[in-house]
Design a protein around this ligand. Structure first.
Ligand SMILES: [Fe+2]
Ligand SMILES: [Fe+2]
Length: 246
């Protein structure tokens, strides 16, 4: 899988012990929730306040999943699959580095998490509305939640370059321009970096594809997967609404 990661610069960004920094608030709440033996549902809710934290949990669940074990599609699935003992160890020594206040504010990191949550809900709802696509709604929700994970990777590893990019909201910036500037700065776009990392961590191919292509409108003749289309539409719609609010 390591060979699947394109350029050495991208490899440097996504490999390593823990390529993501987490927000301190959710990190502390997650540790408290796990220590208090809360239900899996409550723990998943807390973990989902931070995309990087949730990604680390899924990463571990995929790594430890027994052969032929149940499918892991969501943060809740991952938490059930890991069980309280492993979660406690993770909460105590997760190896993640908390973000400092200045970086969080400069790079609008809480806004990226909130945007991800909204895109996730919108993508899942779009597929849940029809009986034929309902089974894919969970995957769309997961892909929507992690679609901008690549931003968090570069924010964690190359905060100064992110500052030089001049802010990092999708809204208000033409996508092509944003993606070109990322390619120039990092050797890949945030969509490609996030997808490479998720592939490396064992996320399902459908989720990885939807993340990689979330800024590329499927051509009309193309047989795009419903998950990919739902994430693309949800991200575009969320950006459109957020731009209107600015
Ligand atoms: Fe994006
Ligand atoms: Fe986005």
């Amino acid at each position: 899988m390591r060979d699947a990661i394109g350029s050495p610069r991208v490899r440097d960004l996504v490999l390593g012990p823990m390529p993501l920094r987490v927000m301190p608030g959710p990190c502390v709440r997650f540790a408290r929730t796990v220590q208090s033996n809360a239900s899996a549902e409550e723990t998943a809710l807390v973990a989902s306040q931070d995309v990087a934290l949730a990604a680390a949990i899924l990463q571990l669940a995929y790594a430890l999943r027994p052969k032929g074990g149940p499918d892991i599609q969501t943060v809740l699935d991952a938490i059930r699959s890991l069980g309280p003992g492993i979660l406690k160890s993770l909460a105590e020594g997760g190896g993640w580095e908390p973000l400092d206040e200045a970086t969080m504010n400069d790079l609008h990191i809480p806004a990226v998490h909130e945007h991800s949550r909204v895109v996730s809900e919108r993508a899942a709802w779009a597929l849940a509305a029809s009986a034929s696509t309902r089974p894919l709604a969970m995957q769309a929700g997961t892909a929507g939640f992690f679609h901008d994970l690549g931003k968090l990777v570069v924010m964690s590893k190359a905060a100064d370059s992110c500052r030089r990019l001049g802010g990092w909201s999708d809204g208000g910036i033409p996508s092509a321009d944003l993606l070109d500037r990322e390619r120039e700065a990092f050797g890949a776009t945030h969509a490609e970096i996030g997808a490479d990392l998720l592939a490396l961590w064992g996320f399902p191919a459908t989720v990885v594809e939807a993340v990689r292509l979330h800024h590329q409108e499927p051509a009309s003749h193309e047989e795009a997967s419903p998950v990919r289309r739902a994430v693309y539409d949800a991200n575009r719609e969320t950006n459109r609404r957020q731009s209107c609010e600015d």
